[in-house]
Design a protein around this ligand. Sequence first.
Ligand SMILES: [Fe+2]
Length: 206
Amino acid sequence: MPIQLWFATPIYKATLEPDALGRVSAEIDQAIRTSADAFGTPWREPKLSTTFSYERDSNIITQQNMRQLADQIFRHTELFCKELRIDRFKMMEIENSWINVSKPSGFQFRHTHEPSMVSGVYYHKTSGDDGNIVFESPNPYFNAYDFPNNGAQFQKSVEYAPSVGSILLFPSWLAHYVDVNKTQEERISLSFNLKLLRDPVRGIAV
Ligand SMILES: [Fe+2]
């Protein structure tokens, strides 16, 4: 094919298998119970978001020894890297991770997860209608030129509806935001940042 599509932006989405989902759900419920007192702590930039987060700078996965979730994150990140033919990294490490509780009317403004490499989100509790995550095209000229296209791979943004047990992975530099939670229920998700390591001697963080 004479056309080559450059400047691709990979976004990975998968859903945990039922048995894994059960184990991960139990683990997150336990972590929430254990750290219940910390909920209500405002997001680090409270003026930029109404989503509340548990210790944004910490690593709840390692602190709570959440091995089931970590295994799933590592497994899917391996698939993500394999699909992209990224094979020079031997190990991965969860740099930080935190729980988001989006109350009714909660949302998140546009942000990135730099300076990490790969970032992701896992949806623990959601009705599916409590706010899509929207990824913006990294092409800064998108609005400047009207190049004819079929829309499929030339969108200004792409959004994903949350669903229980789904995991999204994306480059940490990719800007995104979360729509307003218009339901009366809270959505609970867990976000994480990953670093891929070249050194095979170093171990996995969990
Ligand atoms: Fe984010």
